[in-house]
Ligand binder design. Structure first.
Ligand code: B12
Ligand code: SF4
Length: 361
């Protein structure tokens, strides 16, 4: 392949773009991505779905979903000149004890498998930036930007277009060979890279396992999640009081929820992650609720350093654990821990702890 730094149209037409794509896929694998695909930037159909999702207020308090005009579904508005989007996926499922066993033990805390190790945002963005540098070394200074859940980007729709999988009834991007336990990231670029065939068929068939098993009924119709009912939203995004009617349905899930992936038959094809950074820290894969509830703020900050969990802050951490303790089996230890937090300086923590205590009367 010819190395050059000139990105004029004549120079670009001299690059062997097909061979560059082969290199990109090989570099992607070296950087720990399981798959890379290329799409164009036409998101007309997903834009309509996004619009109707917003009109129904399914985004709840996530104002950032509504506040960027059409930038989310028009990549050229986010980065002028964008022609192609390179979508990448990275497996995150660590090889831990049985998730079902943790979910079934009411005194243990269930934390989403994606959040047990290091925060994926930084790790993936850094790798994507390295990939973009490698592309520049061959193709010249292309106009580009890397994203990982960090900007108004319609990640699953772009990944579906790039052939990485289909958007399932649970709205997860599902890959026919790897299930859905992976993150997505993108590079927007003005290089006219050759397109990959989109995933056109949805292979969910007549299966409705995710709709039937969602603990809070958040998958209100195939492909439509009402975030306001989703435990992931309630425990991670919502900063206020969790609606009382949903609390008993949350079980012991204190940070995110994986149920709609756990029951998905396509996840029998998923592989465990090889990233050491995604391995669980501080025994968070099966910790006791009471133990986590007793962490001081200083311990919370220290033990969640570098983890996505830290973003919710200590108050919401205690709020979530209080709800789970309300759903736990009654014992003197549980009641004593809740009584103590019923006097907490935060009104949010007090209210949730009092609610939880009332469940043990
Ligand atoms: C907002 C958000 C959430 C919200 C809302 C979820 C949702 N379903 O929209 C909440 C907080 C609930 C959430 C939860 C989770 N999230 Co989230 N989330 C996002 C975020 C920031 C935007 C998603 C979005 O655009 N939603 C808007 C709706 C309209 O889009 P959509 O659900 O993808 O809907 C598409 C289709 O369903 C379809 N569609 C919609 N309506 C209809 C109707 C019909 C009739 C049809 C045919 C199609 C259709 O079109 C839509 C547009 O393409 C993305 C990152 C990003 N920037 O994209 C991560 C992201 C989607 N989340 C991710 C993850 C991992 C999760 C959780 C698993 C985390 C956890 N364990 O707790 C859960 C899964 C819950 C679920 N079933 O979605 C990953 C998903 C990876 C994958 N393999 O799919 C992403 C891509 C982040 C990343 N970079 O890896 N998330
Ligand atoms: S993450 Fe949990 S609560 Fe949210 S849609 Fe999936 S199963 Fe339902």
């Amino acid at each position: 392949m010819t190395n050059h730094k000139d990105n004029s149209p004549e120079a670009i037409s001299n690059i062997d773009l097909l061979s560059l794509m082969e290199d990109i896929r090989a570099w992607g694998r070296e950087l720990g991505f399981q798959q890379i695909g290329i799409s164009d930037i036409n998101l007309d159909q997903p834009r309509q779905h996004l619009q109707s999702w917003l009109e129904k207020n399914f985004h709840g308090d996530m104002d950032y979903m509504a506040s960027h005009g059409e930038k989310r579904s028009r990549p050229e508005q986010l980065l002028p000149g964008t022609l192609r989007v390179l979508s990448a996926r990275m497996d995150y499922l660590p090889d831990t004890d049985s998730m079902e066993e943790v979910l079934a033990d009411a005194n243990k805390a269930y934390i989403s498998r994606y959040a047990l190790g290091r925060d994926y945002h930084k790790l993936m963005r850094k790798r994507l930036a390295t990939l973009a540098q490698k592309i520049s070394a061959v193709a010249g200074q292309h106009n580009h930007r890397a994203f990982v859940d960090s900007a108004p980007v319609l990640e699953r729709a772009l990944a579906e277009k790039a052939g990485l999988g289909w958007i399932g009834k649970n709205t997860m991007l599902i890959n026919p060979k790897a299930g859905s336990w992976f993150f997505l990231g993108e590079i927007y670029t003005d290089l006219p890279l050759p397109l990959d065939p989109p995933q056109e068929t949805m292979h969910c068939g007549s299966c409705t396992a995710c709709l039937d098993d969602c603990p809070t009924g958040a998958i209100v119709a195939p492909n439509q999640v009402d975030a306001r009912r989703c435990i992931s939203y309630l425990t991670i995004e919502l900063r206020e009081s969790i609606p009382e009617e949903l609390r008993p349905l949350m079980g012991n899930r204190i940070y995110g929820c994986d149920d709609c992936q756990l029951v998905c038959p396509w996840n029998k094809f998923s592989e465990h992650t090889q990233e050491t950074d995604f391995q669980p820290r501080n025994n968070l894969q099966a910790a006791e609720l009471v133990e986590l509830f007793q962490w001081t703020e200083e311990e919370f900050l220290r033990r969640t350093e570098g983890s996505a969990i830290r973003r919710i802050g200590y108050e919401c951490w205690l709020r979530n654990i209080a709800v789970a303790l309300g759903n736990a089996s009654s014992s003197d230890t549980v009641v004593a821990a809740l009584k103590e937090k019923s006097q907490h300086s935060s009104a949010l923590v007090r209210e949730h702890s009092q609610w939880a205590l009332a469940q043990h009367n």
